[in-house]
Design a protein around this ligand. Structure first.
Ligand code: A3P
Length: 297
């Protein structure tokens, strides 16, 4: 049996097979059982490291796949339309095996934990990544509203925790490397948050093509508009204002915080940024992966 080790004595996080889980939300038995989760050929899995554009892509998927979401006749939470694979207590729990096809799921799991059936290369995986300095900054702020998260007294403290992977989902480097180096084993579309910022319409087209759904120009306009930062921020469902209070404290922050590329520059010191660049080079230099770290005004 693989070892379980708490991140620290009083921590609500524990390490298991190289991933950092939240003790009060997920047991190792449940996580291990997901390997055998029965996949259907038309399933779609959205997978991200936290703070990389998850709820944005959930919203896009929901808008592409549901006319009722596009025209506003259905007020369904995107967590119900694209439910969490591993956080079942967040969704109104239902038996996923009786959910009608095509099913969509969202997950923060690393490549090692996802259902084996995804390797049949029929079900689809959409993996969204974001430049890690911005993901880290977003994660730092998210701790204020994530009730179960340990709060860092300052950014330096969080910076060290992030590098050590002592946050939910573990090390950013491991998550990206795992998915990126195994991408050929999946029917996968890899997207970057920064490309969504630069040209959302093109990315929406890429996603709809990958899903095999044809949207006319009018539908496309609606998806792009309703997936914009400002529209999502004023929509309580898109902004996840209905999440359970014992998980998300909406008075202490907002999922839709800034939505920018390069916000890390307002927080990371030159020394932190240089150290991060060095580690990035050491750990990711052998992969042909480029990130947009900022977009000129
Ligand atoms: P910031 O905290 O940098 O603003 P996740 O959904 O994975 O938790 O990621 C949350 C991040 O995605 C937040 O980043 C949030 O603002 C950003 N985001 C969500 N919807 C967005 C949108 N429509 N446009 C741009 N950024 C968006």
């Amino acid at each position: 049996m693989a070892a379980i080790s708490p991140v620290s004595r009083d921590s609500n996080l524990y390490w298991y097979k190289g991933f950092c889980f939240i003790k009060d939300m997920m047991s190792t038995e449940f996580i291990d059982s997901l390997k055998d989760f029965k996949i259907r050929d038309d399933d779609v899995f959205l997978i991200t490291y936290p703070k990389s554009g998850t709820i944005w892509t959930q919203q896009i998927l929901s808008l592409i796949c549901s006319e009722g979401h596009r025209n506003g006749t259905e007020k369904i939470d995107t967590n119900d339309r694209v439910p969490w694979l591993e956080f079942r207590t967040i969704n109104a729990y239902e038996d996923y095996n009786i959910r009608p096809s095509p099913r969509m799921f969202v997950s923060h799991l690393s490549e090692t934990f996802v259902p084996r059936g995804l390797k049949n290369k029929k079900a689809k995986v959409i993996y969204v990544m974001r430049n890690p300095k911005d993901a880290m900054k977003s994660f730092y702020h998210f701790q204020d509203m994530a009730v179960l998260a340990e709060k860092s007294p300052d950014f330096q403290h969080f910076f060290e925790k992030f590098l050590d992977g002592e946050v939910f989902a573990g090390k950013w480097f491991d998550h990206i490397r795992g998915w990126y180096t195994h991408k050929d084993e999946y029917n996968i579309l890899i997207l970057k948050y920064e490309d969504m910022i630069k040209d959302l319409r093109s990315v929406v087209k890429q996603i709809s093509t990958f899903l095999g759904i044809k949207l006319d120009d009018e539908a496309m306009d609606i998806v792009v508009k309703k997936a914009s930062f400002n529209e999502m921020k004023k929509d309580p469902l898109a902004n996840k204002e209905n999440m359970p209070e014992d998980i998300i404290d909406n008075k202490s922050g907002s999922f839709m915080r800034k939505g920018q590329v390069g916000d890390w520059k307002n927080t990371l010191t030159v020394a932190q940024s240089e150290l991060f660049d060095k580690l990035f080079q050491e750990k990711m230099g052998d992969l042909s992966l480029n990130f947009t770290w900022q977009i000129p005004e």
